[in-house]
Design a binder for this molecule. Structure first.
Ligand SMILES: [Zn+2]
Length: 271
């Protein structure tokens, strides 16, 4: 292995994102140990303050970059558009359901593939959309998502839909997917609030409608998901890193329900 490849491999081990709360480690773990997943699942030993009262620096230090090291070793953050003032920004090619906008420098612009996939993540922390935005804009975070949904069901925009987020540790996926981080408990099964769940469904339906995704299809077969077979157009972070529990079993077990509810909205609006 060349030094560069060793570096890439090392970075690969850091991947996965899924945020955190408190000093939390997200759905990811920086450990390369074989038990890293179980450690992440049971990371309740990590001391954390409640809710939004987090130490962002500690959070960032524990955050895994959302890049695919095999393809993104040269990805460079785009500075200069951390713009909280453009309130109307969200309406321009993005969801009008957005209630908070803070564009992250950790993105690739523009995405290189048409949007045809939805990837829902868990934050592994009950972060507000504002704190999530802070995290994604903080120096060294090297991670982002297109949207975030907090426990109150509020929606944040961090990477415009036209751009690729650094979220799922897979360049190809994030180039075609809209990624959504949903506030969750920071311990397994990473449950989310009813408000967050309902808001996520509304957001996904809106994304599908505007991007011409007529039907959302979940498959319990990973091969179908990652290869987009039989119409499958939902992926999960764990598809791309088996050591990561993201999106957590709570959301993972409900992906079919999410698809069903989104499709009901889409069908209703077609009539
Ligand atoms: Zn994730």
């Amino acid at each position: 292995m060349t030094n560069k490849n060793i570096l890439k491999r090392t970075v690969a081990l850091l991947l996965c994102f899924c945020m955190l709360s408190g000093t939390l480690v997200s759905c990811g773990s920086k450990s390369s140990d074989s038990d890293s997943a179980s450690k992440a699942e049971s990371d309740s030993t990590v001391e954390s303050t409640k809710g939004d009262d987090i130490d962002i620096d500690a959070y960032i230090a524990s955050l895994d970059p959302g890049l695919d090291p095999e393809n993104d070793a040269d990805a460079v953050p785009i500075e200069g558009e951390d713009d909280m003032s453009r309130a109307s920004f969200a309406g321009d090619g993005n969801s009008s359901l957005t209630q908070f906008t803070r564009i992250s420098p950790y993105r690739s612009s523009p995405r290189n593939h048409k949007i045809d996939t939805i990837t829902i993540h868990c934050m592994a922390g009950q972060l507000s959309v504002e704190t999530c935005g802070d995290v994604f804009s903080k120096s060294g975070a090297m991670a982002s998502s297109n949207y975030g949904v907090d426990k109150d069901g509020r929606i944040g925009l961090y990477v415009e839909e036209k751009d690729r987020s650094w979220c799922s540790a897979n360049s190809a996926n994030d180039n075609r997917a809209v990624t959504i981080e949903v506030a969750s408990d920071r311990y397994a099964p990473f449950a989310v609030s009813d408000a967050a769940y309902k808001s996520t469904i509304k957001l996904v339906a809106d994304i599908c409608k505007r991007n011409g995704i007529e039907k959302l299809v979940w498959s319990n077969d990973k091969n179908e998901r990652v290869n987009h077979l039989n119409g499958a157009n939902m992926t999960v972070h764990r598809d791309f890193d088996k050591n990561k529990p993201c999106p957590g079993d709570y959301l993972y077990s409900r992906m079919g329900d999410i698809a069903e509810k989104v499709n009901a909205i889409l069908d209703k609006e077609k009539k």
